[in-house]
Write a protein that binds this ligand. Structure first.
Ligand code: ADA
Length: 574
């Protein structure tokens, strides 16, 4: 599925479809030892995008999925293979020669190579084996299921032979009222210190030529968008900018929204106006498709969230599908996007390969999602052990990675140590609390579990008043309780739909009593498969804290939240 940016003058082939496929179990071979010539038989077919291990013959299998198809190249030259995200890591071969290694699960990444005109054989071998040594980004202890496959879009692009060609153009709002934006255009082969006349057109307005001076391969200037319409959840207006190189050899269209987002005076301000976040954590997952969620399901999820009066999604716990972000832009859903991490310990933080891959994937995420107005928060390292000094240096590196490229959005990480030993909160712009009062933090069978919510919220509010933190907004980034779909109980005991509904209702009530909070983001939207080991808390091998089950059937809590969020929304409008 083609997403923004668009390059109308480049030949672009969507490689989605049914690819030849073979599966090599992890007991036989690991990815570094794979060579296509040793494995010439492809007895099966596999859908791309898709996850080979979600359902069907290879459900639950661990090993290497090898995908093959023919590609057609119209003329000799440079090509770019654009992967929307693979799982977990992959090696890419053209006519038997390796042309790329992709160690960044879920991340959009591009691989360039040269080829002659004609038909070529493309092979992508992806491995879903959990291996700390060479895939430190997805570790065995992560609580959600590690699916495998070419799970997102895949496209082949023939690069222009033109003298200069475009990379991306970053569009940053300078002033919402006047529609002032800054363009930073990446130009390949642009000579530093020279002037480059680039044709610029906003929306369907008049095109004009501007002489940009090239500095470090970037052309920058500010413009006022004609007839500017601000982007907001209530009115998600979008604009486009079309750019054409001097010899008309290349053309780029970026889509953007005119909006600002700030964390200021302990509030979140969207276009200068206080914004309260109402939403859910959402995994990109479904039992039939794994993480290869089809467009129809993305849309359905967003429609359900809308029906619950949500304005926000935390995309847990990895970079989001660009097609999904395009849709959030169009529907006006605010998004927290984070790079892949989960409960990383001190040992992890000391691993140099883990560190480097974290930096690489976070940089990719920030660059890929640069122009989505929906993305208002950048994050990383969910529930890292933020009580240890090693975490400070590590998180500081990640903050720098984001801010070196983009200072226009607040940065955070979801902490499960707020008020309980976190030493890293001063490094980020928003204090984000993962907290489970009445669930993990309770002796479940004897207490009035929901009575724990109020005191915990008091504790979090107090923590946010510590010197140095008092100007930062604070949000509840996770709170939830498990309920088995269809499990009803008159005594409203844990694991029943009634228990979950009561606890989440109390969280909404307490939220209204704690004005210091800027957001309430429940864990989680729908039930999702958890890691194979499951553990005593993961009945059915699922994380059952969804307010919908994995097939998007509502539990009682969904309607409770629908009502509570509707009230919050009308309070905010007043
Ligand atoms: C954590 C974590 C989530 C999920 C949740 C739970 O806080 O961030 O990914 O595992 O707990 O359900 O226990």
């Amino acid at each position: 599925m083609t997403t923004y940016p668009l390059y109308p003058r480049r030949r672009r082939t969507d490689l989605a479809g049914f690819w030849d496929f073979q599966f090599i179990p992890q007991t036989i071979l690991t990815l570094p030892d794979f060579s296509p010539s040793d494995w010439p038989e492809y007895p099966e077919k596999q859908a791309v995008p898709g996850c080979f291990d979600a359902a069907g013959k290879y459900a639950g299998a661990r090993g290497i999925g090898v995908y093959r198809r023919a590609i057609q190249v119209s003329r000799k030259g440079r090509l770019r293979l654009e992967l929307g995200g693979i799982l977990l890591i992959g090696r890419i071969f053209l006519d038997g020669r390796e042309i790329g290694f992709d160690p960044w699960p879920y991340s959009a990444a591009a691989f360039e190579f040269e080829a002659e005109a004609g038909i070529h054989e493309l092979i992508i071998a992806v491995e879903n084996r959990l291996n700390r040594a060479y895939n430190p980004l997805f570790l065995p202890e992560y609580a959600f299921y590690a699916y495998g496959g070419i799970s997102r879009s895949i496209e082949l692009m023939e690069m222009p032979c033109a003298e200069a060609c475009f990379g991306r153009c970053t569009v940053t709002t300078q002033d919402v009222g006047t529609g002032r934006v800054r363009l930073d255009i990446e130009v390949e082969n642009g000579k530093d210190g020279t002037l480059m006349p680039i044709a610029v057109q906003f929306d369907s307005g008049l095109a004009f030529t501007h002489n940009f001076s090239v500095r470090n391969g970037i052309c920058s200037a500010e413009f006022s968008v004609p007839d500017p319409k601000p982007w907001s959840p209530e009115s998600p207006a979008l604009h486009t900018v079309r750019l054409i190189t001097p010899d008309a050899g290349d053309e780029l269209i970026e889509r953007f929204g005119i909006r600002t987002i700030e964390a200021k005076n302990a509030k979140l301000l969207l276009n200068g106006k206080e914004q309260t976040l109402r939403g859910f954590n959402r995994h990109d997952a479904h039992p039939e498709f794994g993480s290869g969620v089809p467009p129809a399901l993305m849309l359905e999820d967003l429609q359900i969230l809308r029906s619950m009066h949500c304005n926000f999604i935390r995309g847990c716990h990895y970079p989001q599908n660009q097609a999904f972000l395009d849709l959030c832009d169009e529907l006006g859903i605010l998004v927290w996007e984070e790079s892949l991490g989960w409960g990383n310990s001190k040992d992890c933080l000391k691993d140099p390969l883990f560190h480097d891959r974290q930096i690489e994937q976070t940089a990719l995420m920030v660059r890929n999602s640069r122009n989505h107005p929906s993305v208002i928060i950048r994050a990383f390292m969910n529930e890292v052990d933020s009580t240890v000094p090693e975490a400070r240096a590590f998180l500081a590196d990640l903050v720098k990675t984001v801010k070196d490229f983009d200072t226009s959005r607040p940065v955070t990480f979801a902490s499960n140590h707020v008020g309980r030993g976190d030493i890293c909160l001063d490094l980020v712009d928003i204090i984000s609390c993962n907290t489970y009062p009445g669930w993990y933090e309770t002796y479940l069978y004897e207490e009035d579990c929901k009575a724990h919510v109020g005191p915990r919220f008091d504790e979090l509010e107090k923590a946010a008043q510590a010197p140095g933190l008092e100007d930062k907004p604070i949000i509840i980034s996770e709170l939830g309780a498990a309920a088995l779909f269809g499990c009803h109980d008159r005594a409203r005991i844990p694991w029943s739909e009634e228990f979950q509904a009561d606890l989440l209702e109390e969280a909404c009530r307490q939220f209204a009593l704690h004005p210091r909070f800027s957001g309430l983001v429940f864990w989680q939207f729908a039930d999702t498969r958890s890691r194979i080991q499951g553990g005593s808390n993961q009945a059915r091998g699922f994380n059952n804290k969804g307010v919908l089950d994995e097939y998007r059937r509502e539990k009682l809590a969904a309607d409770v939240i629908r009502k509570a969020f509707a009230e919050m929304e009308s309070r905010q409008k007043k």
